[in-house]
Design a protein around this ligand. Sequence first.
Ligand code: IMP
Length: 201
Amino acid sequence: MKRIIFATKNKNKIVEINDIMKDLDIEIVSMEEAGIDVDIIEDGNTFEENAIIKVKSVMKFTSDIVMADDSGLEIDYLNGAPGVYSARFEGENTPYDIKNKKILNMLEGVEEEKRTARFVCIIAAGFKDGSIITTKGTIEGMIGYEIKGKNGFGYDPIFYVPEYKMTTAQMPKDLKNRISHRGKALKEMKYKLMERLGDMV
Ligand code: IMP
């Protein structure tokens, strides 16, 4: 079975990705499982740059396929912020309850039409021959007026999806995975990998 190393320390991501990729003859393992320990400095200006930085950092240690993602929340009223700074917004270790309240305050009094936002995810995959491909997934929504829901993580409790009349934190996990930025980018990557399966050895 072919192996892909996913450049993350987050075990939940590995579970989600293995689930989406399960009908391919590929095993996705974390850096830890692959015995790779590298501190990656994500200093790109875009999600794509950061995903590629992660892939390239791990490619130095292996000839397996390396995959990485980078994602975040873009709020139109804040000119796309927090964007690539989503994890670092208001401090990396600040609880999301506080980060989310801060965003609600920043949007206080802003009318509904101007509260549009999206989650964006870029997946990058790097191959033995040095080539790198990327896919992108987005989910459109708006910043709600209050914190709602207990599922998910991060900005989910303030990310309201009008089509489903709930925040992504109110969605059951499998619904969110199906329609999320990460789910969409991963599915597209799965199809691109299937096309390349022949020359992946
Ligand atoms: P990462 O690139 O997946 O580590 O995500 C960067 C940051 O974007 C996270 O720490 C969250 O703040 C935010 N983010 C990305 N995806 C989601 C999501 O599905 N829900 C809520 N927040 C997210």
